[in-house]
Write a protein that binds this ligand. Structure first.
Ligand SMILES: Nc1ncnc2c1ncn2[C@@H]1O[C@H](COP(=O)(O)OP(=O)(O)OP(=O)(O)O)[C@@H](O)[C@H]1O
Ligand SMILES: [Mg+2]
Length: 444
C-alpha cells in the first residue's frame, strides 16, 4: 500500500473470522440482520483488492443500487481512509472505486443485478455480492459469476455472497446446500462441499451491536416467530404450507454422540416401503420422561423387500439387532412384505402393520414438536423446566428425516389455499415416523 495516511482497525468477531478464513472459492455468509455482513464484505473487498489481487479488477454488487450505496458504500466510507481510494464513474461501466496500490490501481466495479448486462466487458478477479440472497432470480447471478475470470496469477478467484437465509427452494440453497448432509460436511453453524462453504451467523453473534438492538427487534409489535427464526437466528425459512412449522434445527436436532449409551424405556421402528421412491426405516427411542428420539435412519431407493444381500430384509435384521428394536411398525399397504419381515425378524423383533391414521399422526407429532420448542424457550429465558408432556428430538445422523421435516408441506387446493392433506413428496421418513408415533402409547 503506498503511503497510508491512517490504518484500519478491524477486530472481526468469530463469525466474520470464519468467513475470512474459509478456504473455499465460493462462500456464502448466511447471516441475520446486523450480524456484521456488510462490514465483513468491505474487509474482504479491501483485502482482495489490495493484498490478493493488486492491480486487478473486482466486483461489488447488490440487488439494487440504493441497497449498494446505503449499505456497502456507507460502511466502506466508514472503514477505509479516504486517501486510499477514489470513487468515480466510468462513462460506459458506471460507478467504481479505484484503490491505490503499489502495482498502480485495483478497480472495484459497483454493480446492481437489476441490469446484469451492465457487467459485460468486465474481467474481474473476485466478487463480493451483498444482500445476494434477496435476489430471487438466478440468471443475473450467473451473469455476474461469469465475469470472474482474470486475477493475480496462481491466486484464488473468490466469490463471496452475503445475505440472510431464504427458503430451501431458493437458488442459494440449491447451490450451497441447506445444511450438513451426505454431500456437505459441518454442523448447524456452517457446512461445505469442498468448494462451497456456508458460514451462518445470528444477530446475537455480533458483539458490536448496541445493547438492546436484538431484543427490540424480537419484541417489536407484529414480529412473527418465523421472521425471528429467519432474520435474527439465520435459519432457512420454512416452505410455505409447512406441516411441522415449529420444527427448528437448533431445538430438535441433537448430536448423535449425545445419545450414545443412553437407556431407553422402549426402542421401536417405523417402516415406509418404497422402491422407485425412498423406502425408510427409522429407529426410535422413547426415554423415561416420554420424549421420543429418532436414533437411526435407513433410507434407500430401488431395494426389494427380500432376503438377498441388497434387500431390505437383511438391513432390517441388522438394524434391529444393532439397536435392540423391540417392535417394528410397517406401512400397512403391503401385507406380504410385513409377513416376510415378520419371518426374517423372528426371535429378534415383533413386526406389526402400522396404524395409518394420517391426520391423527400429524396432530400428535406437531404437539410434541411445539411442546419441545416451548420447553426450550422457557428453559432459555427463565431456566425453569416444563414437565408433563412428551418431546421430540432427532439425531443429526438422520439427514433425510431432518430434510423432510422442512420440505413436508400441505397440498394446495385449486383456489390456492392449503388443504389439511400432506402433499405426497418428502413424506417417506415422515410416514415411518408417524407409524412409530401412533404406537408410542404402547411403548410408553
Ligand atoms: N468487527 C466489527 N467491529 C466493530 N464494529 C462492527 C464489526 N462488525 C460490524 N460492526 C458494526 O455492527 C453494525 C452492523 O454491521 P453491518 O452493517 O456490517 O451488519 P449487516 O449484517 O450488514 O446489517 P444489515 O442486516 O443491516 O445489512 C455496524 O454498526 C457495524 O459498523
Ligand atoms: Mg448490510
Amino acid at each position: 500500500m503506498s503511503a497510508p495516511t491512517s490504518i484500519v482497525r478491524y477486530t472481526p468477531h468469530a463469525r466474520q473470522i470464519a468467513v475470512h478464513e474459509a478456504s473455499e472459492p465460493h462462500v456464502w455468509a448466511m447471516m441475520g440482520y446486523g450480524t456484521g455482513k456488510t462490514t465483513l464484505g468491505v474487509m474482504e473487498a479491501l483485502s482482495l483488492a489490495c493484498v490478493t489481487h493488486p492491480g486487478f479488477e473486482g466486483i461489488v454488487a447488490a440487488p439494487t443500487f440504493p441497497l449498494l450505496f446505503q449499505s456497502f458504500v456507507t460502511e466502506w466510507t466508514r472503514w477505509v481512509p479516504s486517501a486510499w481510494y477514489r470513487q468515480s464513474t466510468h462513462p460506459m461501466y458506471g460507478p467504481h472505486i479505484d484503490v491505490h496500490v503499489d502495482q498502480g490501481v485495483s478497480r472495484i466495479w459497483l454493480r446492481s443485478t437489476v441490469d446484469a448486462r451492465s457487467v459485460e466487458g468486465i474481467n474481474a478477479a473476485w466478487l463480493v455480492y451483498d444482500e445476494a440472497s434477496r435476489e430471487t432470480r438466478e440468471d443475473p447471478v450467473r451473469v455476474l459469476r461469469a465475469r470472474v475470470r482474470r486475477g493475480y496469477p496462481g491466486r484464488q478467484r473468490r466469490h463471496l455472497y452475503i445475505g440472510p437465509p431464504m427458503t430451501r427452494t431458493h437458488w442459494t440453497a440449491a447451490q450451497f446446500g441447506a445444511g450438513p448432509d451426505d454431500a456437505h460436511q459441518g454442523d448447524a453453524m456452517g457446512w461445505t462441499d469442498g468448494r462451497r462453504r456456508v458460514v451462518r451467523g445470528r444477530t446475537r453473534d455480533n458483539p458490536f451491536l448496541p445493547p438492546g438492538f436484538e431484543h427490540d427487534l424480537r419484541t417489536q409489535p407484529g414480529t412473527s416467530k418465523a421472521w425471528v427464526k429467519q432474520f435474527l437466528d439465520a435459519q432457512m425459512g420454512a416452505i410455505e404450507g409447512a406441516i411441522y412449522e415449529a420444527f427448528d434445527r437448533d431445538v430438535h436436532v441433537v448430536p448423535a454422540a449425545s445419545l450414545k449409551g443412553r437407556a431407553w424405556r422402549a426402542v421401536i421402528a417405523g417402516v415406509d416401503w418404497g422402491w422407485a421412491k425412498l423406502g425408510v426405516m427409522l429407529v426410535i427411542g422413547v426415554d423415561g420422561r416420554g420424549d421420543l428420539y429418532v436414533l437411526h435412519e435407513e433410507a434407500h431407493a430401488k431395494k426389494n423387500v427380500d432376503d438377498t444381500p441388497n434387500g431390505w430384509l437383511r438391513i432390517m435384521h441388522r438394524v434391529c439387532l444393532a439397536w435392540r428394536v423391540q417392535r417394528v411398525y410397517c406401512d400397512p399397504s403391503r401385507p406380504g412384505d410385513i409377513e416376510a419381515a415378520g419371518a426374517k425378524l423372528s426371535g429378534v423383533s415383533l413386526v406389526y402393520p402400522a396404524d395409518n391414521e394420517v391426520a391423527e399422526g400429524i396432530r400428535r407429532l406437531s404437539a410434541r414438536i411445539e411442546w419441545t420448542a416451548e420447553r426450550a424457550r422457557v428453559k432459555g429465558t427463565t431456566g425453569a423446566a416444563l414437565v408433563g408432556r412428551g418431546g421430540f428430538f432427532v439425531s443429526d445422523a438422520c439427514p433425510v428425516t431432518i430434510g423432510e421435516f422442512e420440505g413436508y408441506v400441505r397440498k394446495r387446493e385449486r383456489d390456492g389455499s392449503f388443504s389439511e392433506q400432506p402433499e405426497k413428496r418428502n413424506d417417506h421418513a415422515m410416514d415411518a415416523l408417524r407409524y412409530a408415533e401412533m404406537e408410542t402409547d404402547n411403548a410408553a
